[in-house]
Unconditional design. Structure first.
Length: 265
């Protein structure tokens, strides 16, 4: 998994909010302020906004958690409710047509919440600290999504995972998903992870052994294409916290999980 663009999320918010806060160039007696719409939103205030959105609190063990009463949790509940209604309808229609319905889930910050890592490392990415964090296999679940995995399975919908985690992180990912209750189809035929050393043939347009050039969209949409065209499933819903998890087609409907802490192109 390569999430090196975490600060890009902050910069994007800066670009949107900066003008509103500082664009007027107001000044008081003895104080001069640049009359510019280009000064970014203050990063300290932005972090406070993110903490408010998540309802960030440290538990008894010092681990940063999101609050179940937070705006983040409420947004997730709305997504969950809409997704359940849709999956139920789509599954019945697909089975009636003789199709094999499937859903696809990203893992990081779609099923497993990385808020503690983001807070501890000030919303920056380091491959060593990230690998250590993932391999602890102790991330909390994103509210409601493990239950959504179980719901899809109960409706006769095949569950797949399409993640930017590396093949070397498979054991930790499986262990962590089991801990949060997403213990559905955690085998290699259903969980697709990045294998840059030995990429699958269906990604040959952008990946060969030792030469990986796939963008996130190419990798993820190429995997969904494989699920549909080669494995014979109809992907009725695709869930991810990044637009790059969702772009590129091969899903009847997409659901964007909120994540204001980083951006992956």
């Amino acid at each position: 998994m390569h999430k090196s663009l975490r600060i890009a999320a902050l910069a994007a918010a800066c670009a949107l909010a900066g003008g509103a806060l500082y664009g007027a160039g107001a000044a008081t007696a003895g104080q001069s302020t640049a009359n510019s719409t280009h000064e970014p939103y203050n990063i300290g205030l932005l972090v406070k906004d993110i903490d408010t959105y998540y309802g960030t609190t440290a538990d008894a063990g010092g681990v940063y958690q999101a609050s179940p009463d937070s705006p983040y949790a409420k947004d997730l509940a709305r997504i969950d409710s809409a997704a359940r209604r849709y999956i139920n309808q789509a599954a019945r229609k697909a089975h009636h047509r003789g199709e094999k319905p499937a859903v696809v889930f990203d893992i990081d910050d779609t099923l497993l919440l990385s808020l503690d890592y983001e807070k501890r490392y000030n919303y920056t990415y380091n491959p060593t600290t990230w690998a250590d964090y993932v391999n602890k296999a102790d991330r909390p679940g994103v509210f409601g999504t493990a239950e959504l995995v179980q719901y899809a399975e109960k409706k006769g919908v095949e569950v797949f995972y399409n993640s930017g985690l590396s093949e070397a992180q498979r054991t930790a990912a499986v262990e962590n998903l089991k801990k949060i209750g997403a213990d559905v189809n955690l085998d290699a035929d259903h969980m697709f992870l990045k294998d840059k050393a030995n990429p699958p043939a269906y990604l040959s347009a952008c990946a060969t052994p030792g030469a990986w050039t796939c963008t996130t969209v190419q990798y993820k949409s190429g995997t969904r294409k494989h699920i549909e065209d080669d494995l014979g499933y109809e992907i009725v819903a695709n869930f991810g916290d990044q637009y790059s998890d969702l772009d590129g087609g091969y899903a009847d409907r997409t659901y964007k999980i909120p994540n204001p802490t980083y951006f992956v192109s």
